[in-house]
Design a protein around this ligand. Structure first.
Ligand SMILES: [Zn+2]
Length: 231
């Protein structure tokens, strides 16, 4: 071991809340290498690469072993970023006035990020009189592989924990996942409107931004969602 690798930095640990469970966990800030991983992912603009970097970095910062939903990662990432890099992130926001379109430089206080309040909806969705499905939050490993807007069937299949057919309850796992995907292809399209409220109701990390345009004076307000806004 060289002398340099003997240098130890004490890393402060602090408490953070996991939104999906309300549990408190101990976390520690990003390190320089983590910040680099995140910047490379952000520059790639590739959703899968961003999600994978996010998962790896956030997992390293959580001292305990916990199970997290995707929105937990978003939220914890923004909180960790606030503590690690500084509490302010600068973004460029275009004025809402279409004739103006001026790009304003806005400072966001990352400590003010919130999780959207969602209804406590029943995870069991009745598709017909006999058939129902029980939903679960997609694990981040899966979220990193799927583009839900383009591949609804895969996104849905990864979000189902049980299929209930009359008295029969089928638990979905690796062994019958492929069969489920095939089955969903044959479901009537009318079921999508029954499932949509569940997907619409998944919590997201968000930030309310209000700013006065520096060029035309227009009062702008918008809700920023999605990590790409914060890199
Ligand atoms: Zn303007």
């Amino acid at each position: 071991m060289g002398e340099l690798s003997n240098i130890k930095f004490t890393t402060p640990e602090y408490d953070e809340i996991i939104p999906s469970t309300g549990e408190t966990v101990k976390v520690k800030p990003f390190k320089v290498g983590d910040e680099k991983t995140l910047m490379i992912a952000a520059e790639s603009k590739d959703q899968k690469q961003i999600i994978n970097a996010l998962r790896n970095v956030v997992n390293k910062c959580i001292v305990e072993d916990v199970n997290l939903a995707y929105f937990d990662y978003e939220y914890l990432f923004l909180k960790l970023r606030a503590k690690s890099v500084g509490e302010v992130s600068t973004i460029m926001a275009t004025c809402d006035d279409t004739e103006c379109g001026h790009k304003n430089k806005i400072d966001l206080d990352l400590e003010s990020v919130k999780i959207s309040e969602v209804e406590d909806i029943d995870p069991v969705i009745k598709l017909t009189d006999d058939v129902a499905i029980k939903m679960k939050h997609m694990p981040i490993d899966e979220a990193g592989k799927i583009d839900g807007t383009k591949d609804f069937i895969t996104a849905l299949s990864k979000s189902i924990s049980q299929v209930i057919n009359g008295d029969e309850v089928v638990n979905i796992d690796k062994s019958n996942e492929a069969e489920l995907v095939k089955t969903i292809s044959d479901w009537p399209t009318t079921i999508t409107s029954k499932i949509k409220p569940w997907f619409d109701n998944i919590p997201r990390a968000y930030y309310d931004v209000e700013f006065t345009c520096g060029k035309c004076g227009n009062a702008n307000s918008r809700k920023l969602e999605g990590l790409e806004n914060f890199f």
